[in-house]
Design a binder for this molecule. Structure first.
Ligand SMILES: Cc1cc2nc3c(=O)[nH]c(=O)nc-3n(C[C@H](O)[C@H](O)[C@H](O)COP(=O)(O)OP(=O)(O)OC[C@H]3O[C@@H](n4cnc5c(N)ncnc54)[C@H](O)[C@@H]3O)c2cc1C
Length: 362
């Protein structure tokens, strides 16, 4: 078996993932945490190679780990341990590794693939495409899998940047002045909702809650933010009863970072003491704070996206083996496939599980 990698070293996304500690899986892995044109596709592979299976593997290599938050599991030490483990497994399986080799051409005939790189030409009865998606090209990411899929007549679901910061313009520009401010919110886009931190940046919105909804967001859609997800219904009316002289700004400042409170107060434009505001107006303000609409004008694109939504259509592949139905011997796994996980270790779990499914068949 031969592994061809055009970068100088394998697993560069693993090395930078999770702030260098690799969030390698999530204990809450379940098919509903993945986006795909066919939401059922991932079920088979995910159920046959689970979080527990990957944990058993890393423990057998003596890699210590911990849960950080929301079921996200990280190495105690370094992401390098995960790459070293995978390379040790390759060595044990007799896999030859060819790094720094660009693939020039792939052809197929009489049940065999011929792969011509800039150094060698090899023939094989099976070809597993594990070249990921185009997110972060400076790490070697490419659209190679899609080009190859199209060459073999397989459909590709339009790739879009996902887990990516969103950019703001127009009326929302005021919020770009809040660069560096973070707060816990519920971010919503369509039916998707995530309670995590949001971060204002010089270009717009980021932070885990925003990255999560970005995977669901499409141009023109609204992202709604609940700035006070833990506040009980009627909290503004109670604030008025308890402190009639308090102002909207002071009330907001007691619950949110000052700069954010001031920006929201400016937009609400409800000056003076709360006692002077009608209950109806306060209810309206409360509803607005719980469902604040941003209309992003775009995202920071593939250059900043952690993953890609879309990819080789699952309709072309066997969910059991990842083999292309129309091209026996051709397998597609990992991010190259139209299966994309939430933030939090789900994308690696999909990479491991789909690889395992293919490995049983190759
Ligand atoms: C900054 C960042 C942080 C992330 N953090 C996490 C995290 O903590 N947890 C998580 O679950 N997911 C995380 N992800 C997502 C995760 O890295 C990917 O989903 C995962 O690496 C996909 O695995 P893959 O094997 O399919 O593709 P990749 O890991 O992208 O591997 C594809 C490999 O193919 C090589 N390649 C590409 N084109 C060619 C070609 N033409 N010829 C030869 N080789 C080629 C690439 O150089 C690369 O090494 C992160 C992503 C980024 C960008």
């Amino acid at each position: 078996m031969l592994l061809i990698e055009h970068g100088e070293e394998p697993g560069r996304k693993i090395l930078i993932s999770g702030g260098g500690r690799c969030n390698f899986t999530n204990i809450h892995t379940a098919p509903d945490r993945f986006l795909s044109a066919n939401p059922h596709f991932a079920k088979s592979a995910l159920s046959r190679y689970t979080t527990a299976d990957f944990l058993a593997l890393i423990e057998s290599h003596g890699i210590a780990w911990h849960e950080k938050t929301l079921g996200q599991l990280f190495c105690d030490g370094s992401a390098r341990q995960i790459v070293a483990m995978l390379m040790a497994e390759c060595a044990q399986g007799g896999v030859q590794v060819a790094c720094g080799e660009a693939i020039r051409e792939v052809t197929y005939g009489k049940g065999r693939f011929t792969i011509r790189t800039d150094r060698q030409t090899v023939e094989a009865p099976a070809l597993v495409v594990a070249t990921g998606g185009p997110s972060i090209p400076k790490l070697g990411a490419s659209g190679f899998a899609y080009d190859l899929a199209r060459q073999f007549g397989l459909k590709v679901v339009e790739p879009r940047p996902a887990l990516v910061p969103l950019t703001l313009s127009g009326e929302d520009l005021l919020f770009r002045e809040l660069t560096g401010v973070a707060t816990d919110v519920v971010a919503r886009c369509g039916k998707a909702a995530f309670e995590e931190a949001a971060l204002f940046t010089h270009r717009g919105l980021s932070g885990p809650a925003i990255l999560q909804v970005s995977s669901y967001w499409r141009r023109g859609e609204v992202v709604a933010i609940d700035f006070l997800p833990r506040a009980e219904a009627g909290w503004l009316l109670r604030a008025k009863q308890e402190g009639p002289r308090a102002t909207m700004r002071s009330v907001l400042r007691s619950a949110l970072p000052d700069r954010l409170a001031d920006a929201l107060d400016e937009r609400l434009a409800l000056g003076g003491p709360l006692a002077n505001l009608t209950d109806a107006r306060l209810r309206e303000a409360e509803a607005q704070l719980a469902d604040w609409h941003f209309r992003p004008n775009g995202s920071e694109g593939f250059a900043k996206a952690e993953v890609t939504v879309g990819g080789v259509s699952t309709a072309e592949l066997s969910s059991k083996t990842m083999e292309a139905r129309r091209v026996p011997g051709l397998y597609v796994i990992g991010e190259a496939v139209d299966v994309t996980g939430w933030l939090g270790g789900y994308n690696f779990q999909w990479a491991w599980a789909s690889a395992w499914a293919a490995a049983q068949a190759v």
